[in-house]
Design a protein. Structure first.
Length: 170
């Protein structure tokens, strides 16, 4: 024999599905739908100039990062072995983070620090930091003008001026 249900129990059943509040289920469903829509829109509606495939290289430099004893990060041109930049201790968080991210992938593969990274400016204005040993690359433009400029100053031939001029025109 089934026990009679109280009005509170009936109300509770209308507010939950399998013990989960309806509002939470609706929110989760909306989040799933939004994720699918955004993924589709990102794949099909992003400007084609955000891709580096089949683009012409404008400027590039093979660079190496070396940790100094005082906590600074020294940046060397791999071709000339000249120090081209010094990131002082406690500064340059984006440069340090990007370099460490790529270095972690190298460390996992047993690749040493003597192999250079490639800083590349493409014809479409995109600047990438590439690691040929792991196939990884970071599109630096995706992190804003300030972070882009932190790397653009490392490019040869006054590339930062070209990059800033392109962004100012947007």
């Amino acid at each position: 024999m089934e026990l009679p249900r109280s009005p509170e129990a009936i109300k509770l059943d209308k507010e939950t599905i399998a013990g989960v509040p309806r509002g939470m289920l609706y929110a989760a469903f909306a989040l799933i739908i939004a994720s699918i829509v955004l993924a589709y829109a990102g794949k099909h509606y992003l400007p084609s100039n955000m891709h580096t495939d089949e683009q012409t290289l404008v400027a590039s430099r093979a660079i190496r990062f070396v940790d100094a004893l005082d906590g600074a990060v020294l940046v060397y041109d791999n071709t000339t072995n000249e120090q081209i930049y010094r990131v002082p201790p406690g500064s340059g968080g984006f440069v340090r983070g990007s370099m460490r991210s790529l270095a972690r992938g190298r460390h996992q593969r047993g690749v040493g620090a003597d192999v250079p990274f490639y800083l590349i400016e493409w014809q479409n204005g995109i600047v990438t930091l590439d690691d040929s040993t792991t196939g990884s690359h970071i599109v630096l433009n995706a992190f804003g003008h300030t972070n882009l400029d932190a790397f653009a100053i490392l490019l040869p031939q006054n590339a930062p001026a070209r990059i800033r001029a392109e962004h100012a025109a947007e």
